[in-house]
Design a binder for this molecule. Structure first.
Ligand code: N01
Length: 557
């Protein structure tokens, strides 16, 4: 059964039927909706929030903004019209500006009629008889779809740490990744922030400006680079619009999908004074591109990496006045192997009289009480506690949904020993299920809107292949996951990422597999995806539409 003619949903005994169901209305989900809709199939996108935007809907914490000097490049790359019609205002757009852009896109492309908001997908089970997914929503709807596509986001399952007493806190308890839409007032309050990753580093200076007192609870000090945000000049926007085609060509071959030239020089090629002068120039300009425009070996050569670590430690020493606070703030891990943060006055914030830094390595949290945090050295009374404690990244949302695939095996059981996928887009044993930005795809270490477009295009083509060939299902062949895991691991081993505990490798979540789940291949990855498709979906098996349910699977390639 292919539902080839079902352009609109049909109701059969209370079950809605679609060709494809998408989950998540962020950058990737909205783009995938557009592409699937263009195929002429029936598709419905479900989103739990009350607006589109995905991560940009939820991350409304003060200071949230894009971390690349990216306007207009942190945006869709497929449409000159979208670029021409939206006037980006800041070089590193704020959360509010990105959300305005995504609302504009949803309207401009008339996506909203096919998006159902305030609806969580609660279960998804593959029915082997019909080769369709049966899906239940938080609104009590029952849905049948041939294809299920997750665009649920990589940083969407908030991590609420299991600190003793956390549920006893009676003040305001907020998580940066689930920030309320209503204004949050800090004025005159005793605020605590746990966590100094990107979200903590962006929000701490903003909260400090308003709060009566701010206590920062830091477990790992971070290297942070000034954001260098500023308004986008009209001539910059005009230039970006004119050079759209060339820029896309450049992005297609750039290791991170970014329209910036990479340095071709090692950090060890320059004498220290030349190197530091370059670092200083990039530091003054600001932005994450400092990591790529300076030297080409900061992520692969520890000695090279050390040079920028020492430069940033020097900046911290010269910025923060209190020597004891400086000591607490000096990072000592391999730079950029935890997600590199950028900031707007982060280190300067520790010169304020209303800010205290608690170093949890020396003074760990013992428990949270109704009105504060008790650390080894004493009590910190709080009216408000902000958890900037990150996410169960990349796999968290998929495991929360926990779809059930072939033979009644659910994802949690399948992934009990390790995370595995084929190409980061499919999972053996889960026919007709696709993921955008799944584990073992480039996801968070690539230009995400651009990468999401390319993965969605691949998924659309794969779905077209199934339909054009009158197939019931397609799935990764048993065993291909091992080769893919080796491939991902091999790429990571060429870099310094292995030397650090980070959310890239699951180290931030207790009990999570310690496995590096980001594919570092960039353009090579996308080339590989295309080759798999051109090679008649090598590594996949398909089921004919009229096959008996348990008949042997035939090879797709
Ligand atoms: O989360 P994180 P995030 N007790 O996991 C600490 C993206 N992003 O929300 O490092 C005490 O990085 C934890 O300490 P440690 C970006 O990709 C992008 O900040 O594990 N502390 C760490 O300090 C980013 O990487 C932007 O020792 C605890 C912090 O909480 C990703 O989102 C902006 C703790 C968590 O840092 C996640 O960033 C913001 C505990 N029990 C985010 N548990 C842009 O600019 C955790 N911590 C685009």
């Amino acid at each position: 059964m292919t539902n080839r003619d079902s352009k609109t949903k049909s109701n059969t005994v209370g079950t809605q039927s679609y060709d494809a169901v998408l989950i998540g209305a962020g950058f990737a989900g909205m783009y995938a909706l557009l592409r699937l809709r263009e195929m002429g199939i029936s598709v419905r996108l479900y989103e739990g929030a009350s607006g589109v935007g995905g991560t940009w809907w939820w991350n409304r914490y003060p200071g949230a903004r894009v971390d690349f000097p990216s306007a207009p490049y942190y945006s869709y790359s497929f449409s000159q019209e979208l670029l021409d019609e939206f006037d980006w205002k800041e070089r590193q757009p704020s959360q509010a500006e990105v959300l305005t852009y995504l609302d504009f896109v949803a309207d401009r492309l008339e996506l909203r009629p096919d998006i159902q908001l305030e609806t969580w997908i609660e279960s998804a089970t593959f029915d082997e008889k019909s080769s369709r997914w049966h899906i239940e929503t938080s609104r009590g709807e029952s849905i049948s779809a041939q294809f299920l596509i997750s665009a649920m986001g990589t940083l969407s399952e908030a991590n609420k740490p299991a600190i003793p007493g956390i549920d006893d806190f009676t003040g305001e308890l907020l998580h940066t990744g689930r920030w309320p839409a209503e204004e949050v007032k800090f004025a005159g309050k005793r605020v605590g922030v746990i966590g100094t990753g990107s979200s903590g580093i962006q929000s701490i200076p903003m909260i400090a400006r308003e709060a009566g007192h701010l206590s920062v609870f830091q477990r790992t000090p971070q290297y942070s680079i000034p954001a260098g945000n500023r308004p986008v000049k009209p001539e910059e926007l005009a230039e970006a619009r004119e050079s759209f085609a060339q820029r896309k060509e450049f992005m297609a071959v750039s290791p991170l999908g970014m329209p910036y030239p990479m340095s071709e020089k090692s950090a060890l090629d320059d004498p220290p004074e030349v190197r530091n002068a370059l670092y200083e120039e990039l530091w003054q300009d600001g932005g994450l591109h400092m990591l790529f425009n300076s030297y080409n070996d900061l992520l692969v050569n520890k000695e090279a990496n050390d040079t920028l670590c020492e430069f940033i430690r020097g900046k911290i020493r010269s910025t923060v006045k209190d020597p004891a606070t400086v000591e607490k703030l000096l990072p000592d891990y391999i730079l950029a192997t935890k997600r590199q943060a950028i900031d707007d006055g982060y280190f300067e914030t520790y010169n304020r009289d209303n800010v205290t830094l608690v170093d949890l390595r020396d003074d760990p949290i013992e428990r949270i009480t109704a009105d504060g945090i008790i650390t080894k050295s004493g009590e910190h009374k709080l009216d408000m506690l902000v958890l900037a404690t990150g996410y169960d990244a990349i796999t968290g949302k998929l495991l929360r949904l926990n779809p059930t695939g072939r033979d009644g095996v659910d994802l949690a059981s399948a992934w009990k020993e390790r995370f595995y996928t084929y190409l980061g887009v499919t999972i053996p044993g889960f026919p007709n299920l696709f993921m955008v930005h799944g584990p073992q795809s480039p996801s968070v270490l690539y230009n995400m809107p651009y990468g999401g477009e390319m993965e969605s295009d691949w998924i659309r083509d794969c779905i077209a292949h199934v339909r054009d060939n009158n197939l019931a299902s397609i799935e990764a062949a048993p065993g291909v996951e091992d080769e893919w895991a080796e491939h991902v691991e091999e790429a990571a081993k060429q870099t310094l990422f292995h030397g650090t505990d980070s959310w890239y490798s699951g180290a931030n979540i207790e009990g999570k597999h310690r496995q590096f789940i980001v594919h570092l291949g960039g353009p090579e990855y996308f080339k590989h995806l295309r080759e798999i498709a051109e090679n008649d979906y090598q590594g996949f098996v398909v089921e004919e539409a009229n096959e008996a349910p348990n008949s042997e699977l035939s090879s797709a390639g």
